[in-house]
Design a protein around this ligand. Structure first.
Ligand SMILES: C[S@@+](CC[C@H](N)C(=O)[O-])C[C@H]1O[C@@H](n2cnc3c(N)ncnc32)[C@H](O)[C@@H]1O
Length: 288
């Protein structure tokens, strides 16, 4: 089985054991719009399965992923979480609420920075690490420029995996509606955010998304001969092949902590067969 299904299966007892804490923390963050409890558990399982010593979070927002990665770090002695975001919601709203549940010491594995990701030099963070999990949950072309031109060359020298949020796999909805329903074409995420009732989502092969970065991500994966892997599709295929594992998982994990559909994709340059290629930075060229 591949990472998503293998993680849920292998970590089923840990998820079950930690389900009360996961549920209490998710309720405290109280922002399921960005991440449901089942999605928390999906990233929690995949993180514990991958066993990074360094987790880099791009995009903290209200802090769903920040909180679950910190909880995961407590199960992986020595693991550190570094979180970068422009939003002060975590410091102002979420951290004080989580603190009242966990106490201050609980935050020890976590360092948060209120900063533009494009201003960060990741070299000193990534160079000493052995195994890196990068959560890419800050949207748009500018962050994509920084990730693909600066962060990925550093990650390429390590065992690593990149989780990309906010994508739905069209293959799960083969008979779903394909009509425009009176909406316009998608013309970038800003067009969608400005008017979601009149602008459609975009469909690129199996990907259904509204966020810009999936276009440069697909381009990057194609150039480097690696796959952008659909978590939801891999889970569907792997559990169809291993129904026994699926039923063991279902028996072990509370219903609200598991879903077959979690809306994320992942990739790694570790599976690239040949020489790697990276884009030059738009920011360096002073075009942004
Ligand atoms: C979808 S939210 C993150 C949600 C979070 N991962 C969670 O699980 O709750 C995306 C965040 O990325 C931040 N962001 C977007 N562009 C950024 C940039 N250039 N530098 C830093 N943060 C950025 C936004 O401010 C926003 O808070």
């Amino acid at each position: 089985m591949r990472l998503p299904a293998q993680a849920f299966y292998n970590q089923r007892n840990t998820i079950s054991e930690d389900s009360g804490t996961l549920r209490a923390l998710a309720d405290t963050v109280a922002w399921p719009n960005d991440l449901t409890l089942a999605q928390w558990c999906s990233w929690y399982a995949a993180t514990l399965e991958f066993k990074p010593d360094l987790i880099i979070e791009l995009g903290r927002g209200m802090g769903n992923s920040t909180t679950l990665f910190t909880l995961a770090a407590h199960r992986m002695p020595g693991a550190k979480v570094f979180s970068f975001c422009l939003s002060e919601q975590w410091d102002r709203l979420t951290r004080p609420k989580v603190r009242s549940l966990t106490g201050e010491e609980w935050f020890a594995p976590l360092s948060t920075y209120l900063i533009d990701i494009c201003q960060v030099d990741f070299t000193h963070l990534i160079t000493p690490a052995k195994r890196v999990l990068l959560l890419w949950d800050a949207h748009g072309y500018v962050v994509a420029d920084r990730v693909l031109s600066h962060i990925m060359p550093l990650l390429a020298q390590k065992e690593h995996v990149v989780f990309c949020h906010d994508v739905t796999d069209n293959r799960l909805y083969a008979d779903g509606p394909r009509g425009y329903m009176g909406k316009t074409i998608w013309r970038g995420m800003e067009s969608y955010y400005a008017s979601p009732e009149t602008v459609g989502r975009t469909n690129i092969f199996w990907l259904n998304t509204v966020v810009d970065q999936f276009i440069p991500i697909l381009d990057f994966c194609w150039r480097n001969r690696i796959e952008l892997r659909s978590t939801d599709w891999e889970m569907k295929e792997d559990f169809a092949k291993h129904p026994q594992y699926y039923s063991e998982l279902q028996q072990a994990v509370p219903e609200d902590c598991f879903s077959m559909v979690n809306h994320w994709a992942y990739f790694t340059l570790n599976e690239a067969p040949g020489p790697l290629t990276f884009p030059a930075s738009v920011l360096k060229a002073g075009e942004n």
